[in-house]
Structure formats: structure tokens, C-alpha cells
Design a protein around this ligand. Sequence first.
Ligand code: NAD
Length: 501
Amino acid sequence: MDQAIKNMMDLYGVTPETERFLLSEQRMFVNGEFIEAGDKDTIDVVEPSTASHLTSVPSGTTDDVDRAVESARIALREGDWVKMKPAARERLLFKLADAIEKNAQTLGEIETIDNGKAIGPCIEMDILGGAELLRYMAGFATKLDGATRQVSIPGDHMAWTFREPVGVVGAIVPWNWPFNMAMWKMAAALAVGCTMVIKPAQQTSLSMLFFAKLCKEVGLPPGVINVVTGRGSTIGDYLANHTGIDKVSFTGSTPVGRTVGEAAGRALSPVTLELGGKSPMIAFDDADPKAVAAATRWSVYFNAGQVCSAGSRLYAHSSVYDHVIEELAKVTGAMKIAPGLDPDCDMGPVISESAKRSILAYIDKGKAEGAELIFGGNALDRPGYFIEPTLFAASDNDMTIVQEEIFGPVLVVLKFDSDEEALRLANDNIYGLAGSIWTQDISRALRYSAQLEAGTVWINNHDIVDSNMPCGGFKQSGFGKDMGPEQLNYFTRTKAVWATL
Ligand code: NAD
């Protein structure tokens, strides 16, 4: 670990557990043991607010994936996990949620240092939110049911269905919510009795490795959870193609999602794809500009804009347009941009040098295509990958910065004059992850929430989630749902049983 990170940890303070963990050698978690990569190769991990070396994680090999899949298959067939009654499984998952809660400060610090995100929301949403989701899903362990069916064929029969775990789940998760996105998959999969191989993003594996220690401490049987660290192009691809995997659950970008979907298709594994987005916010003429600006600040600039459902295209009616921009400048100007560990941090750095370069290239493209830069637009002159909150005004819906996912703190605002025009512009995009509608007119809100092509629509809000509400996109944002009772269908399969009497 470089001195710059030690200085930062001294300045803001971290738990002794965080320090011990970050200074220790990192290992993957396979079959209940912490191991090196088969060929002992590692990947360097860079801390984004200092751009300095944090640690290294094993660069898993395809053999390591095979071992992890094999141990997950064994845990599914024999041993304590498969013998465990649903109520015992539920209790064990509650215990795991308690362990997460007890270690929330440490997990939050590890996540913040690894990813750069602001510590307050990280503990509250990523970590404690993950524990809550685990509790929510754990409750379903005892409530999975099937149906008895009337059948009309000749003879004397009884027939019924029941749901069983789909099997071994291969979960591939991104770096923007490393712990939380893994929990979005794990909570439901474990509740129904699946076993798992999880591949975190190579930039941010640390919270999953700490979590693996908690799994071991609470007594999750070996093989139920395996965490294999490494590169997407090698082990991620191998996992998606693996015939020992019964279900692939992927969250990440649309281009990678497409290759994962193709691989799962070849292996004939069912697949859930939670992909990219370019979510519109529509502020109608009766929208409250202050509320729109507050939600936008939260949605687009929070997590440095690295939010799949960020409301990164704002369509404002011409009568509220100036007022919305004024409010946006006010709330954004008051934001503190700082290392995520700073307790007052509103926005930290972006994840990496390459992400920073890609976001700045989009900003250049916006200018070159004629969008008006209203504020921001620069990298900060300090170590690390900091970019100013940026606002563009655009007049053309076809501009690159309006159409493509930038995945950084860049908002583009466009003016409209009629409701129909707003809906047409909002739907004119390849993505369909989420969107929001801002109006006091309930009829208008309901009409346009039905017509917006998005997996989630918020009315007078943006980017709120709850364990009991499903998340998942339409169009090029993928298919399948995480969270909510709907998710159980993706980790179970229905068996039909006939008895001839
Ligand atoms: P990414 O697609 O680059 O990587 C995601 C994961 O896939 C990582 O673990 C990576 O190592 C792995 N991977 C890379 N290449 C692979 C391959 N060929 N085969 C298998 N796995 C491979 O995405 P990212 O940059 O980590 O995350 C940002 C993207 O994730 C954004 O597009 C964002 O919108 C999306 N995202 C979507 C949701 C959602 O719920 N829809 C949530 C969070 C993030």
C-alpha cells in the first residue's frame, strides 16, 4: 500500500479491522478456503482518490473457476446446505445479515477506499441496504410454494408443481456498487437454496473478499459461496460459458452483456442481464424545479455519475427550463468533491484513469457537436480521478452525449414545448432502464408512466429502490429482474409431478 493511502486513512480514520484487512494478502474464496490464483498471478488495485497502489488481488484462472464451480455443485448435491431445512436456511441468512450490519463500518470503508464512493451513502445504502435485502429475501426461504392442478386426461391422477433451486448460479458484477450488486444476486439465490460462484469486477473485489470471511464465520457451508477474482475477458467469459453453471446473473455494460448472453445461450443457461442505461427525467410545466434539481443532483452526481439508472437526460418544459438550471447550479455548486472517506464528501472520484479519459472525451464530443457547456467540464487539478459535476444544454436529441451512456458526472438538459414531444424524445433511445416524470397532474403522471419505455418509472422522484420492488431494464438495458418477489422466479425452476392412483 502506497504512503498516500496510509496518510489518507490516518487523516480520516478507519477501523483497525479495515487497516488489517487492507494490509493483508488478498486471496480468493473457493470451497470455504482462502486461496491464491492457480498460477499465483495477481492484479494491481489502484485507489481512485490518490491514483496510488492499494493492494493486489489474485488473477483467477480458468482452473480456479472449475474448482469453484465443482465445489458449488457438490454443495448443491450433498452436505449441510442441501440438508438444511428452509427455516434453518432463513436463520443462517439472518445471521449473515447481522454480521454484515455489525461490520458495516469496516465494509463501508473497504468499499469506499476500493471504489472512491462517498462513505456515508456507502454504509447506509450499499452495505446496510445489502443486509436489509438479505433479510427480506431470507423470509422467502420458508414461503416457496407450488400449486395443485386439476387434470382432465383419462385415469385417476393427482398433479402438482413445486419450485426448486435452479442450481449453481454464476454471478458477474460491476465495479460501481461492488457489494450491493453482488447482494442483489446473492440474497435471492441463497434464500431459495442455490449455490454460487461470484466474480467481482477486477477493479473492486475487496468488499466481496471481506464478506467471504463473514460467510465463513457465520458457518455458511463450504462451496455455497465462492468468490473468484480476476479479469472479465478471461474468467468472466469462461464462467458465462461454463456448462456447470445452471444460471448466469450478470450486471454490467450492454456490450459485455451481449457477449455474456451469447455465451449463456451456447451453454443453454438461463440468463438475467442488468445492463446500461441513459435514463430520462421529464420535468413538465408544473414540475417543482427545486425538487427536480435536488433529485438530479442525487441521481447524476452522486457516485460520480456511475449509476446505471442515473437521470442523465433531463427534458425540461420551456416554462420551467431556466428555473431548473438555476436550481441545478445552486445545488451542484454547494457539493463537496473530496476523497470518499471524507465524512462531508458529496462526490468522490471516478473509478479509474481510463474512466476519467472516457468521460472527458465525451465532454469534448459534446462541445464539438455544439452542446452548450453550462458548468463543469474539467478534471480537477489534484491527484486521483476527480471530474467536476458537469451540465450541458443540448438542442438536438441525436447528439452523442444525449444518446450514449457516459457513466460519469455529466448531465445534459434539453427543452421541450409539448407533452407528446417530451415523451417522443425520452423514448428515442436504445436503453430502457428507468425514467422519471415530474408533474402535479395525476392524470398526466399516470398516462406517461405507462408510455415511458423503462423498467422502472418514478413519479416526482428518481433513483429510489426498495427490496420489495423489482429492478431491471427494457430494450438494450437487458432483461430479467433483481429484487422484489419477481426475482425468485429467476433462481428457481418449476417441477411438475404426476401421481397416477
Ligand atoms: P462491464 O460490463 O465492463 O463489467 C461488468 C463485469 O463483467 C465485470 O465483473 C467484468 O470483469 C465482467 N466482464 C468483462 N468482460 C467480460 C466478458 N467478456 N465476459 C464475462 N464477463 C466480463 O461493466 P462495468 O464497467 O463494471 O460497470 C458499468 C456498467 O454496468 C454500466 O453500463 C452500468 O450501467 C451497468 N450497471 C447496470 C446496472 C443495472 O442494474 N442495470 C447496475 C449497475 C451497473
